[in-house]
Ligand binder design. Sequence first.
Ligand code: HEM
Length: 408
Amino acid sequence: MTDIADAAVRAEAEAAAPYPIPRESKLDPPPALGRWRARRPLHRIKLWDGREAWAIVGYEEVREVLKNHETFVSSPLAPGYPTLGEADAATKKSLLLTMIDPPLHTQHRGAVLREFTVKAIESLRPDAEAIVDDLIDAMAAMDPPVDLIKVLGAAVPARFTCRLLGVPYSDAEFFQERLTVRFSPNSPAASVYGAEDGLRSYFAELVEDRLTEPRDDLSSRLVSDHVRTGQISPEEAATILHVLLIGGFDTTKQMIALGTLTLMEHPDQLARLKADPSGWRNAVEELLRYITLIQSERRACTADTVVGGQQIRAGEGVLVLLNSANRDASVFDSADSLDLERNAVRHLAFGSGIHQCLGQAVARMLLQLTYPRLFDRFERLRLAVPFDALSFRESSSLFGVDELPVEW
Ligand code: HEM
């Protein structure tokens, strides 16, 4: 290639593309990401507020950035930190676990780490089974069509998270209302602040309550082992409980809905799973990869560095595209196809590095229980509206569907 042609190709690759990019086929990331990956692992993007940032699209480069938490920090207060809209920018106000860096991050995560080991979560499997069975029984008693998000997707994680934190299930509606406002990309900043304040006060009161009257639950253990000992303040404990709620609610809800939708769209593979239910654990990993619910993570670069042959400067924003990494054909054969029998364990749906999802054992357990029980109970489960009538949430970092009407 001549120098002039080479420069033209580089200029095109470095020209900032508007982001987010609309999807074409709703269960797949935008096809442009595949074209970007084929060209180079990093691409220049322009965000809603006119600022530019780097989109990291290659699998290896995504892992490299997420593992290098010293150079690529999570604090939204760092210069260059990218945001995806007004509502997203407003959530900067409360610095939750995902938005803090070591040493504070190490201390806060460490305060609840042992509650989230596979062993600790698996000990709650009988409770989770009872929750899922109870909700499926209730669904069976309803007249179809029903919104699967409401009757199952939202209810499973809501009940389980309340059980985990030791708060009454009657508070789940209060949580859900505030989280809906907080995560809606169209919420005005003032509503996001209001929703955050409501949750902050709730958890501050919970910590106070457990300080005076400890029980046998996660919130009490956090208070007695870390607040009473002076390692963390009551406000910090409230922030940790707050992030556990946020982390577990909408993510698992959408994964139940979108996983069910994906399975209904692939009846042959679903039939094979029903014939051999030992494949469900593997299938859950592939659904996590294929759907990649958290499409992107944000980081700010704090020191000049090179990733994938591209110079990134201190003060530049970085958007790590998990949805692109999980479709990288150099790691996953026929990456754009759903293959419930493939070994997908290297997927990055739970992130990587020090912020890797703390609740992944919870998510896996709830999904491994919900899908098989749902499809066993409702053999003819199907969409009650045409696929094209579904409305998807694409522009926030959390992908989702607004309603999932089903019948059987
Ligand atoms: C399918 C469901 C889920 C998905 C796809 C998911 C995905 C993720 C991802 C990608 C991150 C990394 C964020 C970052 O690096 O900035 C994360 C962090 C986190 N997740 Fe999940 N998550 C799910 C369910 C859960 C559940 C059920 C809980 C709690 C019970 C939870 C709690 C958390 C917490 C506390 C963090 C922050 C960890 C840290 O910053 O150290 N997640 N999750």
